[in-house]
Design a protein around this ligand. Structure first.
Ligand code: ARG
Ligand code: ZN
Ligand code: CA
Length: 243
C-alpha cells in the first residue's frame, strides 16, 4: 500500500425513538474509536500480553466522518437481510460505496450487535451495520458493548478478517500468527486461556475478531494487518478506497 489510507465514512441513521437518533457527538466518538483501534492508539493496547507483543499490530488505516444521513422510520427492528440499506424497503441507500465506508445505525433486533459485508460483494449493500445500542461511546451505547468495539470488529470483517476461531471448532481464520481457538470467547476471559486445539496454544482472546466484551478486546495481529493490506493493493477488492 502506497501512502496512508484514509477512509471517508458515511453514517446512515435510521430512527424511530429519540435514543435511536444518535447524536453527532456519539457518531464522532465511534469514528474516534476506529481511529484509535486501527492505529494502535487505544489506551488498552499496552495490556496485550508479552506472549503476543511480537505480533500486535498497528494497522495504520484512518477514518474521517464524511456525512451523516438521517431518516425517521416506524420500524422497530431491521433484521440482518439488508433492508436498512434499501430505500425501497424504508432504509437508506449507500452513498458512493466504492469510495466511502457506509455505516448504518439502527435497531437490528435478535440480540445482534452488528454485521458486515466482506470485500467482493455487491456495492449496493456494502458496508457495516451497527445496532444503535452498541454504537460509539455514551448516548445510547449500553455496557458491556459501549466502547465502540462492535464497529472495530465489523470493520475488521469489512476488511476481510474472519472470526479468530474460524467459525468452527479449532477452525481456520487464514491468519498464521493468530492461535487456534476452540470457539468464540465471551466476557473478559482470564489470561492465560489455553486452547485444547492442536498444540494447546494460549488463545488470543484480546483480539478484536473474538466475541469478548468490548473491554476484553484490544489488538489486531500482524497477520491480520497483512490480510487487510492485501485488499487495498492494485487488484484487491477494496483498491478503490486506496486511491
Ligand atoms: N456478534 C457480532 C458479529 O459477529 C459482533 C460482536 C462484537 N463484539 C463486541 N464486543 N462488540 O459480527
Ligand atoms: Zn463477527
Ligand atoms: Ca490463525
Amino acid at each position: 500500500v502506497n501512502g496512508k489510507i484514509e477512509i471517508p465514512v458515511v453514517v446512515n441513521v435510521l430512527y424511530r425513538t429519540a435514543a435511536e437518533n444518535i447524536s453527532l457527538t456519539q457518531i464522532q466518538s465511534q469514528i474516534d474509536v476506529l481511529n484509535k483501534d486501527f492505529n494502535a492508539l487505544n489506551s488498552d493496547f499496552n495490556q496485550v500480553p508479552t506472549l503476543f507483543s511480537g505480533v500486535k499490530a498497528n494497522v495504520g488505516i484512518s477514518f474521517v466522518l464524511d456525512q451523516v444521513i438521517r431518516k425517521s422510520t416506524t420500524k422497530t427492528s431491521w433484521g440482518t437481510r439488508d433492508a436498512m440499506k434499501k430505500s425501497k424497503q424504508g432504509g437508506i441507500d449507500p452513498t458512493s460505496p466504492t469510495t466511502k465506508l457506509n455505516i448504518w445505525s439502527c435497531t437490528i433486533g435478535g440480540g445482534i450487535l452488528g454485521y458486515a459485508q466482506f470485500p467482493g460483494g455487491s456495492s449496493a449493500t456494502d458496508g457495516v451495520v451497527i445496532d444503535a445500542k452498541y454504537f460509539g461511546l455514551a448516548g445510547s451505547a449500553a455496557a458491556p458493548y459501549n466502547l465502540g468495539r462492535t464497529a472495530t470488529h465489523e470493520v475488521g470483517h469489512w476488511m476481510n478478517l474472519r472470526h479468530i476461531w474460524g467459525d468452527a471448532t479449532c477452525g481456520n481464520d487464514f491468519v498464521a500468527d493468530t492461535p487456534l481457538h476452540n470457539t468464540a470467547n465471551y466476557g473478559v476471559p482470564a489470561y492465560p486461556h489455553y486452547s485444547t486445539c492442536a498444540g494447546t496454544p494460549v488463545e488470543m482472546t484480546m483480539n478484536y475478531m473474538d466475541y469478548t466484551d468490548d473491554a476484553g478486546m484490544y489488538m489486531f495481529s500482524a497477520g491480520q494487518k497483512a490480510r487487510i493490506d492485501a485488499i487495498f493493493v492494485s487488484g484487491g477488492a477494496r483498491y478503490s478506497f486506496a486511491q
